[in-house]
Design a binder for this molecule. Structure first.
Ligand code: SAM
Length: 276
């Protein structure tokens, strides 16, 4: 019989968030696959558990995935533990789960903290509908394209961000979204937990060269307002097209974006711009 893969959520800061089930699962499995073995060793020492570990992280996930699959086929149970929080959320766990799903291995959730959800619930922003965006690309162009794509989304938006990229990200968001409410959720569940509820403009001035952001951040941002959307749609096709050109898009991309916004084909937009 095949073994099972247990996705074990670990605390994102506060060790008191360890559940009985996490403790039991880590004790009972045959092997622990860990994104950061040193960090997981500290957790195991805290729990008084000794267990064989195999490192499984972004840069070895392909070969280690095959190795872990073989172990599961041999009938052994594996617990997957990420750096912190829930495996498969913005970490390579996603690939291992897909591999198991394709190969008939049972995957069992052992739930706990997800930084994104902790941030959402304390943000004070609407929680009914939200979109988890994870990390934005480090590539300026792809980041800009992604922000453009989601700027009309009316759901609350959640992003992960590293402190050294925070200021650039806030600047890009303000440029693309305009001013909106934001909750900057820092060091959640840790000693220096901080939740700053402000707007994108003020958030920019919070962190300067002299006071760079520190710690781990989740950004929760208000979705697009209906009024904002109406304003955009009310301007002419040419105005919107020229706006996108002014933002550095080439003609083809600018036409595509206007077409997407208005729910019409690129050909219609082309025809209108030519006639104008
Ligand atoms: N799997 C994790 C989860 O369940 O949330 C996320 C892993 S992702 C590689 C790491 C990112 O999560 C960090 O860059 C930060 O944006 C966010 N994060 C993790 N712990 C956090 C904390 N204690 N406070 C705020 N953000 C945190």
């Amino acid at each position: 019989m095949n073994g099972k893969l247990y996705l074990c959520a670990t605390p994102i800061g506060n060790l008191s968030d360890i559940s009985d089930r996490l403790r039991e699962t880590l004790s009972s499995v045959d092997i622990i696959a860990a994104e950061d073995t040193r960090r997981t060793l500290k957790l195991l020492n805290h729990l008084g558990i000794k267990k064989q570990m195999i490192s499984y992280y972004e840069h070895n996930k392909r070969e280690k995935g095959t190795e872990l699959l073989k172990i599961l086929h041999d009938g052994k149970d594996i617990a997957l533990v990420s750096d912190a929080g829930t495996p498969a959320i913005s970490d390579p766990g996603e690939d291992l789960v897909a591999l198991c799903a394709e190969n008939g291995i049972d995957v069992v959730p052992v739930p706990g903290c997800v930084a994104a959800i902790c941030a959402l619930i304390v943000s004070g922003l609407p929680t009914g509908r939200f979109s988890f965006e994870g990390f934005l690309s480090v590539n300026k162009r792809s980041r800009g394209e992604r922000l453009e794509e989601i700027k009309n989304d009316q759901r609350t938006l959640i992003f992960y961000e590293a402190p050294h990229k925070l200021r650039t990200t806030l600047r890009d968001m303000l440029e693309t979204f305009g001013n909106r409410r934001i909750a900057l959720c820092r060091e959640l569940t840790k000693l220096h937990e901080e939740i700053i509820r402000t707007d994108l403009e003020k958030a920019q001035t919070l962190y300067s060269e002299e006071k760079p952001p520190k710690g781990e951040f989740v950004l929760v941002i208000e979705g697009a307002s209906e009024d904002g959307l109406k304003e955009e749609i009310n301007c002419s096709v040419r105005e919107r097209y020229e706006y996108f050109l002014s933002q550095g898009d080439d003609e083809k991309t600018a036409m595509k974006k206007v077409a997407q916004e208005r729910g019409v084909s690129k050909r219609d937009i082309y025809a209108e711009i030519k006639i104008d």
